[in-house]
Design a protein around this ligand. Sequence first.
Ligand code: PD2
Ligand code: ZN
Length: 289
Amino acid sequence: MFEAMAVPSTPRTALTPQWRAWIAENLARGCSTESLITDMVREGFDLQEARHAVGQGVPTAAAPEGTSFRPEPSRMARTHRIVAADRTVTVSMRLERPVVVVLDDVLAAHECDELIARCASRLQRSTTVDPQRGTHEVIADRSSDGTYFPLNADPLIARLDQRIAALMNWPLENGEGLQILHYRQGGQYTPHFDYFPPQDPGSAQAMAVGGQRVASLVMYLNDVEAGGGTVFPELNLTVMPRKGAAVYFEYCNSLGQLDPLTLHGGLPVLGGEKWIATKWMRQRRYAPA
Ligand code: PD2
Ligand code: ZN
């Protein structure tokens, strides 16, 4: 059995993203659950809390092939308001299975405007991961232009990355860079999964760094005149875009099982234009070469 790495130096009253990451990394390294629980109790955790945290874990062990998705408690806080680093976010709707949460006030109006202004000159036609080859391809199903900001690219992006990680309750370094998308009138993103379907040969390459995606946060940067909602066809649910609001959804549990109920798309923009910012979180640290 392996000896656990040094414990995180963050405050330990709560199961912070740093603690979750520590549990995941040590389980992946082959440490026994007992050794992790012992370390956590020594660091001040209640025994039951430590057992639950290690048992529930974070994406680590693989579930047996073909087993169906086993729902787990949402990683996002269950309160009406969530203090996410520098901003208090309001929850306006929550669905338990799959976990879908609609949030207000994730971004201030001036932050939305600033993100849009910064992107105007750097947009490129959006791509998706080719299911066979894992390469990024332009496809008709995703008629938008986009760009992205590497983690902590500048003070504004660093502040938003921290806020989003706190809100999603997942380590900042597991996040892909913030992606900004612009849809013109008629633009849409047909229903898809944000996770990489395991049966697609290209998924292995997409997951080589950071593993599977576990959750998404789609933030709306403007009010759309007509159309442009984010639709969940399996749930008969459409979230209307409103400036500063967001929709959060989870689809990968601690066993690495994936929730097909999170199929979703961006409906055609029928009037005006639509701007969004998307954050995808991975199982592990995401550091592309
Ligand atoms: O634009 C949207 O509402 C939307 C819908 C589905 C965005 C994404 N997916 C995405 O960025 O993955
Ligand atoms: Zn999506």
